[in-house]
Design a binder for this molecule. Sequence first.
Ligand code: FE2
Length: 401
Amino acid sequence: MLSSLHKSLKHAQRLWRLQAQVPRALRCHAASVSLLDHCLELDYNGTCMHLNYVWLRDHCCSESSFNEKTNQRKLDSASIDLNIRPVSTKLEDGHLYLKWPDDHVTKYALRWLSDNSYETTRNSTVQPRVLWNSHTYNEANPAPSKWDLFMSCDSELKRFLQNYLLYGIAFVQDVPVTVEATEAVTQRVSLIRETTYGRMWCFTSDFSRGDTAYSQLALDRHTDTTYFQEPCGIQVFHCLKHDGTGGRTLLVDGFNAAEKLRQRSPDSFDLLTQVPIKHEYIENTGDHRNQMRGIGPLLEVYSWNKELYMIRYNNYDRSVINTAPHNVVQSWYVAHQELTAEMRCPQNELWVKLHPGTVIFIDNWRVMHGRESFTGLRQLCGCYLTRDDVLSRARSFGLKA
Ligand SMILES: [Fe+2]
């Protein structure tokens, strides 16, 4: 009796093990899947991916886990058993099915898993770019947009945004020479970011604000609002009037310079991505009282693929360095000078004379701007755009941004 009970128990245990056990490698067309101790191994389209089990449960798109209408997660991720593991797998029609211990089944498109695996993401760029110097930019010669078409035609706006994403600068010509038209052409792209300078700013060399921009002096290459924790994403300039000489605008592709540094001096590049640097704007002019501070490395890269996404470079507004010990500070100055030397190479300088009617959009996280000194009255207006909104607009046109 005992022996037959023992046999039945053994049989049941074996059956249970067989049901729970998943074949080591299930093959479906060009895909195979294995349940390893700590992750699922998926071989698909020539890429071997390792997917964490909690991650897989967390990214379930079933009705109980995800709201398809709002594209938001319903599942409480914090409630997932950290030792969770699927009990069975199935590959069918380009999909992977996982059955979880509570019998819940998750279905994933293999293409989706492939596109979103770490192995794929670490080898792909978030935003494709064309790095340039003055020669290569002039040779590419991206066509500027014209006011009429730009304001009325979505495919022209898309073309403009594509140029902007690739080169970090883009122009609209034939814009009426007013602040109102500049505002309208900007709003065609996205939302204006209001700052201490106002929503739309207008400046001449009248020193009305505590900033060198409000003078006739030359300005070395820099990015703006480095003293914001999140510097403004896009800068818009429109020269409304200039009766005098000089005043050309200088543009330098900061990412091109930084990538040159990465190739030539990888340790210096890495250091500039690591040392947090403060930038400050302290103003006590008239009614203006400002004390702004932004802290971040000069070069910011995504941690998973080391792709550059922001340069924060403004020697005027850089504040005291007290975030690193003296020996690191020495190396930081070496790296800073190497980057600066690259950015000052004459072949990297694109000089343009902004005439009334031409509005320029500059990626303030990538392209430096500056200007030569000038004489006479020079009236400029412009504004900042929020980066998130511009990129969102570009993505809504199907562009990779
Ligand atoms: Fe500036």
